[in-house]
Design a protein around this ligand. Structure first.
Ligand SMILES: [Mg+2]
Length: 339
């Protein structure tokens, strides 16, 4: 098995910001597994929030390349073994997990969702309005609604929250997801969240710092909306830890390490009676496809990472209003644009 990678530069249409950070342009890694004349592709999307960088990802992939073995069908043993060894670099694991699944699907001539026994992925996604000044916010809301999105996610946790939410609610009556990205102390959250009730949020995501997860229990009792953990929930064991403290979890592939750990998180959360969401970072469609592959299993999808781009280097995911559909091509169902 030959493992290679290259950097890919992508650019959001507008600067994308949260209460904690912003991005004008970024690089991700295209991970390529080649064996027996078949190529599988995945995308690694490192995030500094989780101790990952392009460099740490590349260094990890270089070490993994020598330890892959020669049977790409042995997904479980390869990914479990490398998962133990490179546990702190789960964006790199995610890229490899995706490329191996893509390889197996292409080799067998079936889509990965079919290999997993799932329906063809077709899911409503929220579209995210990042933190911006009122004029740009107005432009973003108008663009999102004109494009037919019918569920919006608003980044909150800054001074202009009420101004932004009033703007949104003046134009939009549908499901509204609020994400504070760890902006508040427990005291601030207890003050702020009741004032957000007037905007009828569908859920409120990560109101507190990631280490303050136990305090989220008290915020559930405010009864404003289900409280979701994102930054506080990276991997399967976190779902178990958070049970009883939050209503739901936001599962992302670069946090957990790919399709296989994400499936474990979904099943654990469902068994424990928790709500589930699949989230993403700004990326191309190649990183969205693995998440969309399992999206039929979750309550909510926030898989707009490639829809925020000026130009997506991959195609295979189509959109009709707020609903995105994955192709029925073998593998992950996406391919480099124009090929
Ligand atoms: Mg979030």
């Amino acid at each position: 098995m030959k493992l290679t990678w290259q950097r890919q530069r992508i650019r959001p249409r507008h600067r994308f910001s949260t209460s904690q950070w912003g991005v004008d342009e970024k690089e991700t890694l295209i991970v390529r597994v080649e064996h027996d004349g078949v190529v599988g592709l995945g995308e690694a999307v490192p995030s500094s929030l989780y101790g990952q960088s392009l460099e740490s990802c590349e260094a990890t992939l270089a070490q993994m390349a020598a330890r892959l073995g020669d049977d790409p069908f042995a997904l479980e043993s390869i990914l479990t073994r490398l998962g133990r060894e490179f546990d702190s670099q789960r964006a790199a694991l995610d890229g490899l997990d995706a490329a191996l699944h893509d390889w197996v699907g292409r080799k067998l001539g079936v889509p990965v969702w079919k290999l997993l026994g799932l329906d063809q992925p077709r899911k409503r996604t929220t579209f995210t309005i990042g933190v911006a000044d009122p004029d740009l916010t107005r432009v973003k809301i108008d663009e999102a609604l004109a494009a037919g999105f019918d569920a919006l996610k608003i980044k909150v946790g800054v001074e202009s929250d009420h101004e932004t939410l009033a703007l949104v609610r003046a134009k939009f009556d549908g499901p509204l997801f609020l994400d504070a990205n760890a902006a508040w102390t427990p005291e601030e959250a207890r003050r702020q969240i009741p004032t957000l009730a007037q905007y009828r949020p569908t859920i409120i995501e990560q109101p507190l710092r990631r280490e303050d997860w136990q305090q989220m229990k008290g915020l559930r009792d405010l009864g404003v909306a289900p409280i979701f953990a994102d930054e506080s929930c990276e991997r399967p064991a976190d779902v178990v830890r958070l049970h009883g403290y939050v209503d739901g979890v936001n599962i992302k592939f670069n946090k957990c390490g790919g399709i296989r750990p994400a499936l474990r998180m979904v099943y654990l959360a469902r068994e424990l009676g928790m709500l589930t969401m699949l989230g993403c970072f700004v990326s191309s469609s190649l990183a969205i496809a693995p998440a969309l592959t399992i999206a039929s299993l979750v309550d909510y999808a926030d898989l707009d990472g490639a829809l925020l781009l000026a130009e997506d280097p991959f195609e295979g995911i189509t959109r009709d209003g707020g609903v995105i559909t994955l192709s029925d091509r073998p593998g992950l169902g996406v391919w480099p644009r124009g090929r």
